[in-house]
Design a protein around this ligand. Structure first.
Ligand SMILES: [Zn+2]
Length: 296
């Protein structure tokens, strides 16, 4: 089974039949890096076999972008030399729950795996932005990007201009805000600084098509922010969001309708706590003030 959707000298991306989940294998001179190996047993074993075939004497590093069960479900099929994750993921109080979700999924679909389902154990934890890890000539930089989950992070492989973003900037789903819309917005804004400090050109999202140009991921970032702002306006004004445009843009409404209503519920709670505000009248006023000098 060949589910490789992208391949060049350094990067191979496997995409699962489920939710277009991307698993990335990066080959550098001195290491092989695997990020979020996922989903069905045959798919995970195809990644594991591929790594065995190409690895040689190189060290094997595993990176997890966050603890959602679809992203950690392949962990047990690998024997890594080092495992990287955010400190929040290593200390996640809901580890057992994430594992239960994976077990429930397998139970529901009669799935047997030729490897154990376990929560990843960390060797290297990222506790702040721009933490670097060098292995001989390879440099990786990690950034904390909470919002989708509290424990999300991104990694940039410096030499090859590659950002592996976890569940952000997908072209098949709008923001899934399971943790905080304020942090989500902050993480999207942080992406510009991550780019300016690392000059990555390609970005791999957790789900959907790869983003292979700066214009493309900037466009996805704008779309993600627009979704958040439209939801905030709708919640603050009590005017339901017009969803027609949403389902024109994103083509899997069956499962995403539930995500959308979960987002509304979480953000309504945030609004109640005063975590963000939406004042269109004031925004309008300041915009007019900006224009005043032109009119004189
Ligand atoms: Zn995911």
């Amino acid at each position: 089974m060949n589910n490789i959707v992208y391949k060049d000298r350094h990067v191979t991306v496997f995409q699962s039949a489920l939710f277009q989940t991307n698993s990335t294998v990066v080959e550098m001179e001195d290491l092989v890096l695997v990020v979020d190996p996922a989903w069905l047993p045959d798919e995970v074993m195809a990644i594991s076999n591929y790594v065995d075939k190409i690895r040689g004497k190189r060290e094997l590093f595993l990176v997890f972008t966050h603890s959602d069960y679809d992203h950690i479900i392949g962990y047990g099929a690998f024997r890594p030399d080092k495992v990287f994750m955010s400190k929040a993921m290593a200390e996640n109080p809901e580890k057992e729950l994430r594992l239960e979700e994976a077990l429930e999924f397998d139970d529901q679909y009669y799935i047997n795996r030729p490897y154990p389902l376990v929560y990843p154990a960390a060797d290297f934890t990222v506790f702040r932005d721009a933490v670097q890890y060098r292995h001989h000539s390879t440099k990786m930089t990690f950034y904390l990007t909470p919002g989708h989950t509290a424990d999300s992070m991104m990694v940039v492989v410096w030499q090859i201009g590659l950002c592996i973003a976890g569940d952000y900037l997908s072209d098949v789903e709008f923001p899934v805000i399971a943790h905080s819309s304020v942090e989500y917005e902050h993480s999207l804004n942080k992406l510009l600084a991550i780019h300016d400090r690392n000059w990555f050109t390609r970005l791999i999202p957790g789900h959907g098509n790869l983003s292979l140009s700066i214009n493309d991921w900037l466009q996805r970032r704008t779309e993600s922010l627009s979704y958040i702002y439209a939801l905030r306006e709708s919640i603050a004004t009590g005017v339901p969001m017009d969803e027609t445009g949403l389902w024109d843009r994103y083509h899997f409404p069956m499962s995403q309708k539930k995500v959308h209503s979960d987002n509304i519920e979480l953000m309504t709670g945030e609004y109640g706590q005063g975590l963000w505000s939406w004042r269109p009248a004031e925004n309008e006023k300041s915009r007019q003030e900006d224009h005043e000098p032109d009119e004189q």
